[in-house]
Design a protein around this ligand. Structure first.
Ligand code: ZN
Ligand code: ZN
Length: 243
């Protein structure tokens, strides 16, 4: 199984978990034509697409995905904000705490802290073990036993954001929204350290801010903290997600 990153920032998010038999898409913020060309399998072998929340960078293309025959799994608020009209039968409303089976994947959702309802996902597959997917949120205090891979937002650091507000590169209103809705580097560290990382193979840092992050520094600090393989999710990154 590999994780392919098609996009991981505020311009568009989309990830594909794929082996030789099936694929699961996470987020629909990248056009389906790009998904189709990234897939090594026929689109009919995609078992579903999980969508965390209604913002365009995560959900903009759900109607096109549904039209292409992909089941969309998301909370009611996503379908209310972005109706999939004619393809309604492809929409599956999910609730935190329930389990969903998609091919050999089993998925459950949990609530996060954003400015709209937002879900994190726990994804289990025999090839990968247990994967946590956490974005967009200012914090995540769950303790999840037995994790094998973690995909977690690492959006900004306070010092870079403060410098950008001071220089006028980021305005105050936008800066204040970031504080309440996205995960800061130290919050990301806290989220990771709450958990037993003993069986974790990969930590993928996701949704870095274009203005308020430093990929090299963030990767270095998280690597030093955890001793794990840490990868910054960027367009066209591919990561071996085998157990
Ligand atoms: Zn986002
Ligand atoms: Zn968002």
């Amino acid at each position: 199984m590999k994780l392919k990153v098609l996009g991981s920032n505020s311009s568009g998010n989309c990830y594909i978990l794929e082996n030789e038999h099936e694929a699961l898409i996470i987020e629909a913020g990248i056009s389906f034509s790009r998904v189709r060309s990234a897939l090594e399998l026929k689109p009919s072998l995609v078992v579903g697409c999980l969508v965390s929340h209604k913002h365009g960078d995560h959900a903009r293309h759900i109607e096109m995905y549904a039209k292409s025959g992909i089941n969309i799994l998301a909370s009611e608020s996503v379908f209310n904000a972005r109706p999939i009209g004619l393809y309604r039968e492809m929409g599956i409303v999910i609730e935190p705490g329930n389990d969903y089976v998609l091919g050999d994947f089993s998925v459950s959702a949990f609530t996060l802290h954003h400015d709209v309802p937002c879900l994190g996902f726990l994804i289990d597959h025999p090839d990968t073990g247990l994967i946590a997917f956490v974005t967009d949120t200012c914090s995540c205090d769950y303790i999840i036993p037995g994790l094998n891979h973690i995909i977690v937002e690492c959006n900004y650091s306070t010092d870079i954001l403060e410098a950008n507000i001071k220089s006028g590169q980021v305005d105050h209103i936008r800066g204040s929204r970031v504080l309440l809705t996205h995960m800061e580097l130290e919050a990301c560290k806290k989220t990771l350290l709450l958990n037993d990382l003993g069986s974790v193979r990969n930590i993928v840092l996701a949704h870095l801010s274009q203005d308020n992050s430093d990929a090299v520094r963030f990767r270095g600090e998280i690597t030093a903290l955890t001793g794990k393989n840490v990868v910054v999710a960027e367009k066209d990154t591919e990561i071996n997600f085998k157990l």
